[in-house]
Design a protein around this ligand. Structure first.
Ligand code: SME
Length: 158
């Protein structure tokens, strides 16, 4: 595994296209889930410099924060609460253009302006979510959805 990431400039699509094979390389041959989630969060943070990027994992009735990069975050989120809990309850990706307009948004950082949350599935059940927050309004779109879902698909949760 190459330990250093090649960071590029370019369109969002260009950046994901450069990052995806590198993430595959990082994950190759490693089965430890914490290690893999930590490296995926770090790789996304290095390329995109988002405010916060990381994982919440389902533990009983709550999401519990997992590996992430960024400011300290809320530790536990109940199903149906906030963007993360809503993504879990509805089992779908949620793009929030303006967090102030999302009822129940949980503001872990007052700097966050927009957000995307992608559910992680195992055997058709949501077992966690990937959450990315930006200091910019309306920062995430269908390109992020497509590639973040593809990145999650590369991670083995067995
Ligand atoms: N904003 C999220 C909470 C998690 S933090 O942003 C890291 C939410 O509303 O679910």
């Amino acid at each position: 595994m190459a330990e250093d990431l090649k960071i590029i400039e370019g369109t969002k699509e260009d950046q994901y296209k450069s990052l995806l094979p590198q993430i595959k390389g990082l994950l190759e041959g490693e089965t430890d889930i914490v290690a893999n989630l930590a490296n995926v969060a770090a790789a996304l943070k290095e390329q995109f410099k988002w405010l916060w990027i990381g994982f919440y994992l389902v533990k009983n009735t709550e999401l519990v924060v997992g590996p992430f990069q960024g400011p300290v975050a809320c530790t536990r989120i109940k199903k149906g609460r906030g963007v993360c809990g809503t993504s879990w309850a509805e089992a779908k990706t949620i793009i929030v253009e303006n967090v102030e307009k999302f009822p129940g948004h949980i503001a872990c950082s007052s700097l966050s302006r927009s957000e995307i949350v992608v559910p992680i599935f195992k055997n058709n059940e949501v077992i966690g979510v990937l959450d990315a927050d930006s200091e910019l309004l309306n920062h995430f779109n269908e390109t992020d959805k497509k590639y973040l879902e593809a990145i999650i698909n590369e991670i083995s949760f067995d």
